[in-house]
Design a binder for this molecule. Structure first.
Ligand code: ADP
Ligand code: MG
Length: 359
């Protein structure tokens, strides 16, 4: 099934013209600078803003279609909305806030006890929102949205008001929700950590337009997109735990059509995970070096070479059988190795440079 968005809208300051289609269920991150139009997309999907022209459908249900005159009212769209500020009712307990989400719908597949358990908010049920931490409040707000049995979840910078410690605390809950509930979700964020840990698809927005979209691993490894120029740019491979070698303190992953050795993981064999490989950590070589400390010599093909004028360096995109990597090197290295699109190259990656994220 798919989640499909196309909209055009003229604001005094900007012309929005956006179209993307992503698989459903799955988390789709909307990523882009402030003022680029992310909240406008969320609001149009929720039915809170009526664009000049749009066509929005979820799993075959048309929420809005200007051409055929379809415009479902917000309350008929079955969307769960979560904003940066939790918007809980201050005079109600957590339990009553949660049940508020259920008031207009038949009980469905998403049960109260399950949501409480998944979000770890069982101990908070009798408390008032003003006695909760920011992270706890956001977990309750997400719970309230889920208990309305949404067919689509819309989250507009849900973690933006939290400090990095609270963010890190809440991310595992979101990951658990994602695997347990299998909903389509649009997730606006400025954090590549959240994208890497949660998103299945990634839509990049700039000045009212989509500049790239696709699976998160595909978009993350595109040298031609502005993402590749960030300090924290890097490839993201969807992996499976293949082998543990406790004696050597290493775990072998399979992902992107290659093998990767990482430092020993506490995950069962067969478990799914994500390997994030920072572009600045990837060394390129034309031939395998001898007697070297690193564990990963990954063969790939140069796909693209993009200049980063600001940093006086070059981003090389390396194609793998099923995914890609980025490497940030100097222009001199490109010349010395004679790198050009279509040529084979070896990516050298220390096992300790690979960050493994749970699914
Ligand atoms: P983001 O969420 O990416 O920060 P928004 O979708 O909120 O961006 O806004 C995109 C652009 O549209 C901004 O330039 C903003 O000024 C403009 N805009 C958004 N909502 C309105 C509105 N209701 N009236 C006029 N301009 C708006
Ligand atoms: Mg916004």
């Amino acid at each position: 099934m798919t989640f499909s968005v196309a909209l055009r809208h003229r604001f005094p300051s900007i012309q929005m013209d956006v179209a993307f289609e992503v698989p459903s269920p799955g988390v789709t991150a909307l990523f882009g600078p402030s003022g680029s139009g992310k909240s406008t997309i969320i609001n149009a999907a929720a039915g809170l803003l009526r664009p000049d022209n749009c066509r929005i459908s979820v799993d075959g249900t048309m929420l809005a279609d200007t051409r055929s005159g379809v415009w479902l009212a917000p309350e008929r769209r079955r969307v769960g909305l979560v904003f940066q500020d939790s918007r809980l009712f201050p005079h109600m307990s957590v339990a009553t806030n949660l049940r508020f989400g259920m008031r207009r719908v038949e009980p469905g597949a998403i049960r109260f006890d399950e949501v409480v358990e998944l979000l770890g908010i069982g101990r908070l049920l009798d408390r008032r929102p003003n006695t909760l931490s920011g992270g706890e409040r956001q977990r309750v707000a997400i719970g309230r949205a889920l208990l309305a049995q949404p067919h689509l979840l819309l989250l507009d910078e849900p973690l933006a008001s939290l400090d990095s410690e609270r963010k890190a605390e809440i991310l595992p809950f979101l990951t658990r929700l994602k695997t347990a509930l299998r909903l389509p979700a649009l997730y606006v964020t400025h954090s590549l950590d959240e994208v890497a840990g949660l998103a299945d698809s990634l839509v990049l927005i700039e000045a009212g337009s989509v500049i790239g979209f696709g699976s998160v691993s595909e978009v993350a490894s595109r040298a031609d997109l502005p993402l590749a120029r960030r300090d924290d740019a890097g490839g993201l491979l969807l992996c499976r735990v293949d082998q543990h070698d406790a004696a050597r303190g290493l775990t072998r992953l399979q992902g992107g059509g290659v093998e990767l050795w990482v430092t020993l993981l506490d995950l069962p064999l067969g478990a799914e995970c994500r390997a994030r490989i920072p572009a600045r950590e990837v060394i390129l070589a034309a031939r395998p070096p001898e007697a070297i400390s690193l564990h990963n010599i990954v063969p790939g093909i140069v796909r693209k070479i993009a200049e980063d004028v600001v940093r006086r360096s070059v981003i090389v995109e390396i194609g793998l059988p099923n995914g890609g990597l980025l490497s940030r090197v100097t222009a001199d290295a490109v010349v010395r190795l004679g790198l050009a699109p279509g040529q084979p190259v070896l990516a050298l990656i220390k096992s300790t440079s690979i960050e493994v994220l749970g699914l």
